[in-house]
Design a protein around this ligand. Structure first.
Ligand code: ADP
Ligand code: TYD
Length: 211
């Protein structure tokens, strides 16, 4: 069967468990015979990774931050995401445009209309087929962050920033309920994995029916 490539995004505040479950998702899809690449934002290309360095370390105007996020995303889509999908590969991305709405819109209060304009410019058609939103109380996420490493610019923000970010993620999950799957990430890993596997199998079944 010729697979049609699908884009799956992983979202959530820092420490929510995205990395942990991306590795698991990759394994499940590989077991189902699906070729998958994993990538991340900001980043995913050499230019994008340079922009990531700036974005995670340098203080800047909130609109500069949003524009650089979308600049990195434009490159990522052109160099990585679209070519992979066109070859029939599945793409798992650690964050996509929902993160801009949540962090720059929710966390930093940038006008959502400006973000919508950038989204229409950078990817008027493309949307993830599935978006896993890992949701948990801010204090729990924070307690999971590795205490031994230096926190980046975002991770150093106050609790209110993450409350606003989390709320904007949850608002979008309601608005785009067809593609969002909200995962209660305060539970133990094994339970979360069972739920993810279930959602992936439902997606695969629905795609089979459309062949
Ligand atoms: P993110 O990529 O969203 O920042 P990670 O996947 O790196 O988050 O998880 C942050 C930390 O929390 C890691 O040490 C990970 O092992 C741990 N972790 C992830 N999910 C859970 C869970 N459900 N219960 C307990 N610890 C978890
Ligand atoms: P992430 O890769 O999750 O960081 P880490 O490797 O430490 O887990 O994401 C980097 C940071 O960038 C994260 O704090 C969220 C932020 N971010 C935005 O603010 N807007 C965006 O559009 C994206 C993609 C990320």
């Amino acid at each position: 069967m010729k697979q049609i490539g699908q884009l799956i995004s992983f979202e959530g505040i820092d420490g929510a468990g995205k990395s942990t479950h991306i590795a698991f998702t990759q394994e499940v899809l590989a077991q189902r015979g699906i070729d998958v690449i994993t990538t991340r934002e900001p980043g995913g290309t050499p230019l994008g990774e340079s922009l990531r360095e700036l974005l995670l370390q340098e203080k800047m105007h909130l609109e500069t931050e949003a524009l650089l996020m979308f600049a990195a995303r434009r490159e990522h889509i052109a160099q990585v995401i679209e070519p992979a999908l066109n070859q029939g590969l599945w793409v798992i991305t650690d964050r996509f445009t929902d993160a801009s709405f949540a962090y720059q819109g929710g966390g930093r209060h940038l006008d959502l209309k400006k973000l919508e304009t950038l989204e229409r410019w950078v990817h008027p058609q493309l949307q993830p087929k599935l978006t896993f939103l890992f949701d948990l109380p801010i204090a729990v996420a924070r307690s999971r962050l590795d205490a031994t490493r230096n926190l980046d610019k975002f991770e150093q923000e106050q609790a209110q920033f993450f409350e606003d970010t989390r709320n904007e993620y949850l608002r979008r999950a309601e608005q785009f309920s067809q593609r969002f799957r909200v995962i209660d990430s305060s539970r133990e890993i094994a339970l979360i994995q069972t739920e993810i596997r279930h959602h992936l199998d439902l997606l695969l079944r629905s795609l089979d029916h459309h062949d």
